[in-house]
Design a protein around this ligand. Sequence first.
Ligand SMILES: [Zn+2]
Ligand SMILES: [Zn+2]
Length: 240
Amino acid sequence: MSADLLTGDHHVHSTFSDDAHSTPAGNLAAAAALGLTELRMVEHVRATTTWLPGFVRAVRELDPPEGLRVSTGVETKILDERGTLGLPAGDLGVDAVLVADHQFPGPDGPWTPHRTARHLAEGGDPHRLLDRLLDALDRAVVHAAGRAAHVQVAHCFSILPKVGLSEADLDDAQLDRWASSLARSGAVLEVNEKWRCPAPRALRIADAAGIALVAATDSHIATDVGRYAWVRRTLTEVLA
Ligand SMILES: [Zn+2]
Ligand SMILES: [Zn+2]
């Protein structure tokens, strides 16, 4: 099972994302050279993004080799505890929305890691904060499902180390609730090479709940496309 997952890369950025270095064609060539069977081309968007139709056209004009399925996605962060997403209005034209925890969803908008860490240092309750993150994620997944055929949870829990927490701070009841809610939603869950998350404990619970796992490098350069080390080890351990 894990070997199959590793022939896909469901999270690859191109120069349409301002912090990435390779073109869609360059990423496709890298995927083809490795013999990948699935490639999801994903770009960072905000509500104000205007180039999305150009991105979709650029991917559609690619000529993938036989046996390599190419799909598209947009990655956007959860903005607040209501699960609001920063997506452009209208038809997105992509196959998937990737929901990302780039900042901590606050009652009033995104909290920076610094602000979140300060809240904790001033006596904020980590358990309540984690509940808020899980609630926001649930709602964001529902919003995302209204905007594309597929929803993918990007590098879930990558925000935690940035605010001085870790997945170990999630109790079993929280992780069970997280997994059953994601399983009901039909969203797929990334196992992310760049951010090395979620951890094996959460992945085991997710797998047992029937959530589909996908491998993702979150590559920003073609030489990283489809190349797994942490994901390979982790999936081998979790799905053994
Ligand atoms: Zn991200
Ligand atoms: Zn990304």
